[in-house]
Design a binder for this molecule. Structure first.
Ligand code: TYM
Length: 329
């Protein structure tokens, strides 16, 4: 079974990325052949600094290994190192409609935040579809915010297959049961994200332990002090319960039961903070060691790119052939 997922090279990754991304990558790599991509080409679709991209790409690779991706077992690479991704995006733009792209909620949200709305931000989902389809992917571990993009990828695959003959595996999205949509601790109605929302409510994997503790201590909760999971009526506390569930690997029910007779929100928030500090502590140690050895990191990326090129080549060739391009031998 082929597993593919991508993660943007941008800023410091969050607890949300851990929950919907890294945690699932590590678990799914045990089930088959994992391919994990730092999608640096996607990172240029919103305002960015070249030095920032450079650093974020290397940091992104270090974080994948620090959270448990095994380079012996899985392929880890940067998107720009495998030209097939840019080519696939162009070819697939022939089977993606303007109307479909215009309906993407991520485009609507992100374009509203930008002063300059790039064409790349609009066609972003086509590049993403190519990432996935080039590898004959069976499953795509992602968070809930990427669901619409994955559904579009499936539509694009089916359209290509029916127009040009079966070429792609139609992939399935895999979402975590709990923690598929981690919210900002200060604004529990919005997704935790580095690009928008109150930064005090965004927990980064590389945050200092005391910063993490403080962010949880000041997390927004509601007035009724019962620790119960009810995302509509109690978004703040429900988010914290889900985060606790991610941190300790227990169900939401188990967390509710554990805190049923406890003394309210204060101690619970502290416990969640400590659980996240304990979860991220070993990851931070590994991350720092990996990031410090840039030579080793570049070597891992170079090996990964070579394996990814090999894996993507047959599908890209089939795309060109079926679409009628003249191929030179
Ligand atoms: P990105 O880099 O924004 O996020 C990486 C992964 O983290 C998940 N995630 C979350 N999960 C739960 N709660 C949150 N608050 C939260 N925030 C982020 C995302 O769902 C994602 O799984 N478009 C993608 C990158 C991409 C990709 C791909 C993914 C490009 N090509 C191919 C899968 C397959 C993105 O921007 O992810």
């Amino acid at each position: 079974m082929r597993i593919f997922s991508g993660i943007r090279a941008s800023g410091d990754k969050t607890l949300g990325n851990y929950s919907g991304g890294y945690r699932q990558y590590r678990a799914t790599q045990e089930q088959g052949e994992g391919v994990f991509c730092i999608v640096d080409l996607h990172s240029i679709t919103t305002a960015y600094e070249p030095e920032g991209l450079h650093e974020a790409t290397l940091a992104g690779a270090a974080m994948l290994f620090a959270t448990g991706i095994d380079p012996e077992r899985s392929i880890v690479f940067a998107q720009s190192h495998v030209k097939a991704h840019a080519e696939a995006a162009w070819l697939l733009s022939a089977v993606t409609s303007f109307g479909e792209l215009r309906r993407m909620t991520q485009f609507k949200d992100k374009s509203a935040e930008q002063e300059f709305v790039s064409a790349g931000l609009f066609t972003y989902p086509v590049l993403m579809a190519g990432d996935i389809l080039l590898y004959q992917t069976d499953i795509v571990p992602i968070g809930d915010d990427q669901r619409q993009h994955l559904e579009l990828t499936r539509d694009i695959a089916e359209r290509f297959n029916s127009r040009y003959g079966t070429t792609f595996t139609v992939p399935q999205g895999v979402y975590p049961e709990e923690g598929a949509r981690i919210k900002n601790l200060q604004e529990p109605e919005r997704l935790m994200s580095t690009s928008a929302g109150n930064p005090q409510g965004v927990v980064r994997i590389v945050d200092e332990p005391d910063i993490i503790r403080k962010k949880f201590k000041t997390a927004v909760t509601d007035s009724e002090r019962e620790i119960r999971h009810d995302p509509v009526a109690k978004p703040g506390i429900s988010n914290l319960i889900e985060i606790m569930s991610v941190a300790v690997g227990k169900s939401v029910d188990a967390i509710e039961r554990r805190y049923a007779d406890d003394a309210g929100y204060g101690p619970f928030k502290e416990d969640v903070g400590e659980a996240i500090v304990a979860l991220f502590d070993p990851i931070q140690d590994r991350y720092r060691a990996l990031r410090a050895d840039e030579g080793a990191l570049r070597k891992l990326l170079s090996d990964g790119a070579e394996r990814a090129r090999e894996a993507a080549a047959p599908t890209l060739a089939a795309m060109y052939e079926r679409m009628g391009f003249v191929r030179l031998s």
